[in-house]
Design a protein around this ligand. Structure first.
Ligand SMILES: Cc1cc2nc3c(=O)[nH]c(=O)nc-3n(C[C@H](O)[C@H](O)[C@H](O)COP(=O)(O)OP(=O)(O)OC[C@H]3O[C@@H](n4cnc5c(N)ncnc54)[C@H](O)[C@@H]3O)c2cc1C
Ligand SMILES: *[C@@H]1O[C@H](CO)[C@@H](O)[C@H](O)[C@H]1NC(C)=O
Ligand SMILES: *[C@@H]1O[C@H](CO)[C@@H](O)[C@H](O)[C@H]1NC(C)=O
Ligand SMILES: *[C@@H]1O[C@H](CO)[C@@H](O)[C@H](O)[C@H]1NC(C)=O
Length: 589
């Protein structure tokens, strides 16, 4: 009776919340740019409604060009006035502050309405699209014409402009590799120009233009990419299989796995000591099968479920025990394994591995952005209008040659206290993917193993996370001991400290930037910080290491009043991490 009553009152509360939230929204993700007076007086955020420093940016106004001409006019207006300007996309999925124009009086140019196919040449397998096109639509256009983009991120809610700007990738060491920018053979970019040229010009960069190596991965600081031409391949089929093994030989296996399978990746569940190997290769198009990859985690989620799951997660994080957290981590892993991670053999049922299907049905997913408007009854799990899956996402690429030693180090850290890693397992685990060395100046300098981990973020600034020390140590190990490069579109501030020094061609990039945008109107405080031009991406203030804004060098950077002090790492002793425990200063340890 009492239990039923409690459940009922919770259900009432949730229903009430649903009604309140339902009044204000649609279920597709909200716009990252919001203006109070028409298109002026705007705020800019990302898809999660929060940058790493929890700030929201401001811009004087926003424009939504529909044609290249309108785009040129927008850039010219900003250049003539030497006004700061930045591109935002329909959802702006990058975690760091990439979407903010410098200062508070800049202009936002949204590529939301620049999402058409410009031309398609089936014979030469060339596809030209406007830069605001979503990966989902690009895959569809290609597939409908018997073509495929061989590699891409796994989530299709990203735009072609955003993927290029941040060097986004899937997983492969074969052919040209897994980064989308490797398939670019031409683009049109609108940059500032002298008054004599009308303050803005369209630069057309062909495959042999050396500037393409700057424009392919640009953090958006060179100008606005208007159109992109990609060299595609004939539509092919893939056969996918997941094999779960224990992780004892994983350090050696990751070194060779990417060579064995064209689309291979490895998902590591550290606390459970398991590795899920993705065996994924091209097969002949006559191979039977019409498989579909509709990844469970990126389907539309019922709002009610998101709220309940978050509440449970907050209780576990704040007041749970390791035993409870580890138990809770097992269920999602087991369920998604049982449900084949959302793969089906025919679009409806999963009957067994391998799943064989066309590339355009396998390469990427994300049906939560396709969900019909339903008054907030369902949404993507990170929708900021719902108190749902608020998270951090770290992505670091370690040179493949160093990957076995790095993985062995993390395993050593895990072996000291496997339960400390349960939070990582609960959020899908650590995804390890392959990225090839690139000629792009801000692309990967070497063949790399890219690590990707999602983890809990509190809604309250400065709240310590259970076992944050192992996450911090893992990231510092990847970035500092093994010289890894942070994904430009993921991570917390501290990860970008010194990042530019990891790019041997950074000077070439900056030369192009000075030529294309001498007044730096496309540059912002953040881009200057990460490119090593001015200031540091780290923010040093009380509690900064708890928020990932700095690496601690002093207890006040953690949360001493809550028992978290700045301590050396356990395996990588040069790491400095916020650890729960004794109050002795570092130099006494
Ligand atoms: C659920 C999820 C899954 C993800 N999966 C992957 C993955 O598998 N692999 C991976 O590598 N990454 C992945 N990411 C990260 C993602 O690749 C990056 O955050 C991505 O770059 C964001 O693309 P966007 O279109 O949202 O761009 P935004 O975040 O809006 O923009 C990124 C930058 O590009 C600039 N920009 C955008 N368009 C243009 C243009 N036309 N001209 C000039 N500058 C431009 C913007 O100004 C900004 O500086 C994932 C993110 C999420 C949320
Ligand atoms: C944006 O604001 C600036 C400064 O207030 C103004 O000069 C400019 O004309 C505005 N641009 C648009 C497109 O409204
Ligand atoms: C472009 O975006 C609009 C609005 O989001 C959408 O309705 C349309 O289908 C998109 N067009 C293409 C070609 O993808
Ligand atoms: C954790 O416990 C404290 C003290 O009992 C309580 O105030 C707080 O609300 C709890 N947190 C959550 C998320 O349940």
């Amino acid at each position: 009776m009492v239990m039923a009553g409690m459940r009922e009152s919770r259900a009432m509360r949730v229903l009430f919340l649903l009604l309140v939230l339902g009044l204000s929204g649609a279920s597709p993700p909200p716009e990252p740019v919001a203006c109070t007076r028409g298109t002026s007086d705007c705020t800019v955020t990302n898809a999660y409604g929060s940058f790493p420093d929890r700030a929201i940016c401001r811009a004087a106004n926003a424009t939504f060009p529909r044609t290249e001409q309108e785009l040129v006019a927008a850039v010219a207006a900003a250049a003539a006035a030497k006004r700061k300007v930045k591109v935002a996309t329909s959802h702006s999925h990058s975690f760091p502050k990439l979407a903010c124009p410098g200062g508070r009086d800049g202009t936002i140019i949204s590529t939301e309405k620049l999402n058409r196919t410009v031309s398609i040449n089936k014979g030469k397998r060339l596809l030209t699209v406007e830069s605001g096109m979503l990966l989902r639509d690009l895959i569809k256009v290609a597939g409908d014409n018997g073509l495929s983009l061989p590699h891409s991120p796994y989530w299709y809610g990203l735009t072609i402009g955003g993927m290029l700007a941040t060097g986004a990738h899937g997983s492969s060491l074969w052919g040209k590799g897994s980064a989308v920018h490797e398939y670019v053979v031409g683009l049109r970019i609108v940059t500032p120009a002298p008054a004599s040229q009308g303050f803005a010009v369209v630069r057309e960069l062909g495959a042999d233009d050396p500037d393409l190596d700057a424009a392919k991965v640009s953090l958006g600081v060179l100008g606005v990419i208007s159109q992109v031409t990609l060299e595609l391949q004939p539509l092919f089929k893939r056969a996918v299989k997941f094999v779960t093994r224990d992780d004892t030989d994983m350090a050696d296996k990751v070194a060779v796995w990417g060579g064995l399978h064209e689309f291979g990746d490895v998902l590591w569940l550290p606390s459970q000591g398991k590795a899920i190997y993705r065996e994924d290769d091209r097969v002949h198009v006559s191979t039977p099968g019409n498989g579909l990859n509709d990844f469970l985690g990126l389907r539309a989620q019922p709002t009610l479920g998101l709220l309940t799951a978050r509440a449970a997660e907050e209780r576990l994080e704040e007041n749970g025990t390791d035993i409870a957290r580890c138990l809770a981590a097992r269920l999602p892993a087991a369920t998604s394994e049982l449900q084949a991670y959302g793969f089906t053999n025919d679009g409806v049922f999963f009957t067994g591995y391998p799943v064989v299907g066309f590339q355009d049905r396998i390469q990427a997913f994300g049906t939560c952005i396709d969900s019909p408007e339903d008054g907030m009854l369902s949404a993507c799990r990170w929708d900021p209008r719902i108190r749902g899956g608020f998270m951090y996402n770290s992505g670091v690429s370690v040179a493949l040659s160093k990957a076995p030693a790095f993985v062995a180090d993390v395993q050593r850290l895990r072996d000291l206290d496997p339960a400390a890693f349960c939070g990582m397992d609960a959020k899908r685990g650590v995804l390890m993917r392959y990225v090839k060395a690139s000629s792009a100046y801000l692309g990967k300098a070497e063949d790399s193993l890219d690590l990707d981990a999602i983890y809990y973020r509190s809604y309250t600034e400065g709240t310590p996370r259970a076992h944050s020390d192992v996450y911090d140590e893992l990231e510092q190990m990847a970035l500092r001991k093994y010289g890894g490069a942070p994904h430009w579109g993921k991570n917390r501030n501290f990860a970008f400290d010194g990042a530019i020094a990891k790019y041997p061609k950074a000077a070439e990039f900056l030369e192009v930037k000075d030529r294309y945008d001498p007044d730096g109107i496309f540059s912002s405080e953040w881009s200057d910080q990460v490119l090593g031009i001015r200031g540091s991406p780290s923010v040093v203030r009380p509690g900064c290491a708890i928020e990932g804004l700095c690496v601690c060098s002093d207890d006040t950077h953690c949360a001493p009043e809550q028992g978290y002090f700045c301590r050396p790492g356990k395996v990588y002793t040069e790491a400095r991490v916020c650890t729960f425990g004794s109050a002795r200063p570092i130099d006494e340890l």
